[in-house]
Design a protein around this ligand. Structure first.
Ligand code: C5P
Length: 297
């Protein structure tokens, strides 16, 4: 009954992100169009001897109780309120950490979905999303995937029509990590509310790729860039270079990852190789629609 499961935990990008203002609870209200991409971590859940669950991560420093996978398992254990079949949970990291690509949130979402099934808890999607929101603002989106509008602090998610297939190049200048809370708190009041996402939303709803291209070309698709670029000069320089090449780069989340979309495999691949040769980390991936499935169970 309790069979081994192998799950993909995919990264996300923010096609647009507007911070609306600071809240009483220390978070910020935002609106964002989010997109699942193919770059992924892998989560393995398998039966174990004895009792309880144990968690290991391929990146040893991420293997503790603070990892969102551990926190997801603890949350489900608490809700179940009974002894659960022993489980060994292993996370194989691939998505760069603290990069604005939602890796930790996606790991948590995969753990919630996978353990809910592995343990036969039968928790409905809506409740799983509420549990996810207590772990991180992006977890509800990661549970849903595809293309979606996120509101509130990011936890209110509405699916949008799937974006037509695009290649996506993710780029990180070497060894820069951005702390999400530091970036949010560095924002100034006058920076809130910009840009308006109206044009982006219309483009996505209408499947109008020419309008999406115009949106990406505007160069200021994410309020958080205003806090990230002055603090991370290598990200600012890389963005500038990509703009000169007309690749229409944008920051994902609170950075430091930049991304650009392309219809052309060869353009995306050659750009990724050239940027790697210059010492950046570059990942060639693609947009993914919402259906999440197990690789093996
Ligand atoms: O929700 P999550 O744990 O990912 O957020 C990390 C930090 O980012 C929060 O503690 C908060 O400082 C900041 N944040 C915010 N507003 C949001 C999301 C995150 O201020 N909407």
């Amino acid at each position: 009954m309790y069979k081994k499961m192998v799950l993909r935990a995919r990264a996300k990008i923010n096609l647009g992100l507007t911070v609306l203002g600071r809240r009483q609870d220390g978070y910020h209200d935002l609106v964002s169009v989010m997109q699942e991409v193919s770059l992924c971590d892998t989560l393995v859940i398998e039966p174990d001897a004895g009792s309880g669950w144990r968690f290991n991560c391929s990146a040893e420093e991420l293997g503790g109780p603070e990892n969102l996978v551990s926190r997801a398992a603890s949350a489900l254990e608490l809700i179940a309120g009974r002894a659960l079949p022993a489980a060994r949970i292993t996370l194989y990291k691939n998505i760069p950490v603290e990069s604005g690509l939602g890796g930790g949130s996606s790991d948590a979402a995969a753990a919630l979905k996978g353990l809910n099934r592995f343990w036969g808890l039968g928790i409905p999607d809506r409740e799983l999303s509420e549990i996810g929101a207590t772990l991180g603002s992006d977890v509800p989106f990661c549970l849903r995937g595809g293309t979606a509008l996120a509101e509130g602090r990011g936890e209110k998610v509405t699916s949008l029509p799937a974006l037509p297939f695009h290649w996506v190049v993710l780029l990180l200048p070497a060894a820069i990590r951005c702390s999400t809370s530091e970036i949010y708190s560095a924002l100034k009041r006058e920076q809130f509310g910009k840009p308006s996402l109206d044009h982006l939303l219309q483009a996505v709803k209408n499947g109008d790729m020419a309008a999406l291209k115009r949106w990406m070309a505007r160069g200021d698709t994410n309020t958080l860039e205003q806090a990230v670029l002055p603090r991370a000069k290598a990200v600012a320089a890389l963005k500038h270079n990509l703009q000169i090449l007309n690749l229409n780069p944008a920051l994902s989340g609170s950075g430091s990852a930049l991304f650009f979309l392309s219809d052309s495999y060869w353009l995306a691949r050659n750009a990724a190789f050239a940027l790697q040769a210059e010492g950046n980390r570059a990942y060639l991936c693609w947009t993914v629609t919402g259906a999440k499935e197990c690789l093996h169970d």
